[in-house]
Design a protein around this ligand. Sequence first.
Ligand code: GTR
Length: 329
Amino acid sequence: MKRRQFMTAAAASAIVAATGPVRAQSKLVLKATDVHPLGYPTVEAVVRMGKKLEAATNGRISIEMYPSMQLGGEKEMIEQAQVGALHIARISVGPMGPLVPEMNVFNLPFVFRDAAHMEKVIDGPIGTEIMQKLSDHPTANLIGLCWMNAGTRSVYNSKRPITQVSDLKGLKIRMMGNPLFVDTMNALGGNGVAMGFDQLINAMQTGVVDGAENNEPSYDSGQHYRYARYFSRTQHLMIPEILVFSKRQWNSLSADDRALIGRLSKEAQLEQRALWYEAEKEATRKMVAAGVIINDVPNKKEFQDAVRPVWDKYAGQHKALIDRIQAVN
Ligand code: GTR
């Protein structure tokens, strides 16, 4: 036993001696992933961040982007980042809510007044605190790098336009994997069905669901308009997104490299924002060209009133935080 331990230690130091100086200069390729395709604002912002990283380190650090769910759906991306199988994942706050309770506040329907309000919150002290909660979380195993915009989410389906709450009755609507969202759709009278973004196209094709809800760029780039031609601007959710780094991988970086990645992430946050507004406009233009039937919801208040039970269930424990969010203007 003693002998084996000695051998192991000796072997280990031999490896360190052999790889130490090589490792110091070796290239680091950060594996990044996103459910969206190349050109989508979140993907583009990370690709640009990779170029800056390469330039700043003379090619020592770069980012290799795996877009379009090449490494699996959002759930798989999160899991891979958690175990260190990839470095960077761009995910929605939606599926992180059950793990980091404070983040779930951003998942409450109609929690932000408008995009400007949401941006002020994520750019300010509340955004920093909540991101820190994620990084400090003992089991999430993720470092939060920055926020990104994701517009508002609206319901789309294959059956009819939704102009009032009662129009949702009986419709099976795919929601992200978080009980809060299923409860939201059920409170609106529809049937919320939780499933991954990667399963959605097939579920719409086969009629497992009648539709889903998302922002315009996701509806467009995912080609969801092929199966759900009614896009109703319910705008019930405004969920920011996050860029996360595997904590396991982060811990192996030097302090300087961490600082550089942190700084470039903040730049990526602002770059993505500009790209986002362009993408929203472009997606809407393409939706109109594709013959999507788009409608506004004349009485938003009716929708807000209908989701009161969701607030009763999830908001109570975060009253102080919600008061602070509402006070931001
Ligand atoms: C998109 C978001 C993705 C994913 C997807 C979904 O808007 O960018 O990260 O959360 O929605 O509905 O699952």
